[in-house]
Design a protein around this ligand. Structure first.
Ligand code: PHE
Length: 461
């Protein structure tokens, strides 16, 4: 244990795991997906999935990691044997691929922060045109994504306690403060309340198959589930810690930040009469017009604060993504942390290059393949394969693994360390029911639906 490193206490784990969960998924993606899918109605379905499916899978991942004291590959191998080890290995590969494009988007956020706080971004006339030109610009993107990867690598290199835990403990509270500050400011703007109603007054007729499906994918990505990030972090906690309490706190923190991000963004968007259904450009395009109308000084402070927030959120997630393959190399291949971090950061950066170049810089990566009735970029393909399809698959396999191989008795035994009243409790019954019956069915169906829809042209929902 000492050689692998570990969190100093329960709070250290909660900060790091919440840091992993809170990311671009909460502040960039959640508001635009909610905006496209009907606002409040989507929010309700999302919260339902978080607690019904997300929380049990999270508890399962942490318990597997802590019991095995190992990275996802080592953990599955130890508890399930050679063939299950491939499930862990696949999770690690997903982590590598997710980080390869995540780092590119994080680089945009970093670039926008600098351009807005120290450059002339707020004087632009056409934000949509600026965004398209920005993501197509090779040099800027190269610089910002290298910078983001280097910062991530440095923190991971410093280790679990000094690097990951130390950074998360500072960044997470700061992030909350910036968020609250911008929310309060936004609520004072004219027409802000229209945004609040869109976000909080549900129109139940907007709930359909698509909302339910989209909300589940969003919940999984947002909680960092299905690829072993929480198996890895779980392997760094003490047997005296209460896994259930920690998982509930991480889930609440993640949901709270997504909720607050919506409460920040919709009033800003409605105050300028912009559309909430703008899509992925919502924070990079629509919000910029909002910052501009605040005047040069306030615009720089609020806008710069917003993109700094986005960078902090992204950073605590990129470090968790990098830690997964690093833990694998350190545990299994006995590499030094320094060697593992440098090799992986470089490799992942290189894998991310075609994603970065696929926004107009290089035609072949921009129009890379065609499926699901349209032309897709390299990044679209990587996202579909390693996140949209694979995370529910990873969650499905984890629940099948627990119910058929490790057995719920193994799960309960592990959880009851640090939580003596767990066995026989309502929560034990709830988690077992979810892991054995509900998660495999729901996540398995989700996996099948996605594959059929994306690659076989079957429109089921
Ligand atoms: N949860 C992170 C986010 O919301 C993304 C992530 C997914 C991080 C999987 C680690 C593992 O941005």
């Amino acid at each position: 244990m000492a050689a692998r490193g570990g969190f100093s206490n329960k709070l250290g784990f909660i900060a790091a795991a919440a840091g992993s969960a809170v990311g671009l998924g909460n502040i960039w993606q959640f508001p635009y997906v909610t905006g496209q899918n009907g606002g409040a109605a989507f929010l309700l379905v999302y919260i339902g999935w978080i607690f019904l499916i997300g929380l049990p899978v999270m508890v399962g991942e942490i318990a597997v990691g802590r019991n095995a004291q190992s990275n996802p590959y080592g953990a599955y191998k130890k508890l399930g044997g050679k063939s299950w080890a491939y499930v862990g290995l696949f999770g690690i590969i997903c982590g590598v691929m997710i980080l390869s494009f995540y780092n590119v988007v994080a680089g945009w956020a970093f670039g926008y922060f600098l351009e807005l706080s120290f450059g002339n971004l707020l004087n632009e006339q056409d934000y949509s045109g600026f965004f398209s030109a920005y993501v197509a610009d090779f040099r800027d993107n190269l610089f910002f994504s290298i910078a983001f990867m280097v910062i991530t690598a440095y923190i991971v290199y410093r280790g679990v306690q000094k690097g990951i835990e130390g950074t998360s403990k500072v960044l997470m509270p700061t992030l909350f403060l910036i968020l609250i500050f911008i929310i309060i400011y936004g609520l004072t703007l004219p027409n802000a309340m229209d945004g609040v109603s869109f976000y909080l007054l549900p129109d139940f007729s907007l709930i359909n198959g698509r909302t339910i499906y989209t909300a589940l994918g969003q919940a999984f990505f947002s909680l960092s589930l299905g690829m072993g990030a929480l198996i890895t972090y779980g392997s760094y906690i003490s047997r005296n810690d209460n896994i259930v309490n920690s998982a509930i706190l991480v889930t609440i923190a993640d949901t709270a930040v997504a909720f607050l991000a919506g409460l920040m963004i919709f009033p800003l968007v409605f105050s300028q009469g912009q559309s909430p259904a703008e899509g992925p450009g919502l924070v990079f395009v629509a919000l910029l017009g909002v910052f501009q109308t605040m005047g040069p000084l306030i615009g720089k402070i609020v806008g710069g604060g917003f993109f700094l927030l986005l960078c902090f959120a992204a950073l605590t997630s990129t470090i968790s993504l990098l830690e997964v393959p690093v833990a694998f190399l350190v545990d299994e291949k006995k590499w030094s942390r320094k060697k593992a971090v440098s090799a992986m950061a470089l490799l992942i950066f290189l894998i991310g290059l075609p994603s970065m170049l696929g926004f107009g810089a290089v035609g072949a990566f921009t129009e890379f393949v065609s499926y699901e009735g349209g032309v897709k970029s390299f990044m679209d393909l990587v996202q579909d394969l390693f996140f949209v399809i694979s995370l529910p698959l990873g969650g499905f396999l984890l629940s099948v693994f627990i119910s058929t191989k490790w057995k719920t008795a193994g799960l309960s035994e592990e959880i009851s360390h640090g939580n003596p009243s767990y066995k026989g409790s309502f929560l034990e019954k709830f988690f077992n029911l979810m892991i054995v019956y509900v998660c495999p069915v729901v996540l398995g169906a989700m996996f099948l639906l996605t594959v059929l829809q994306k690659f076989f042209g079957v429109e089921l929902i």
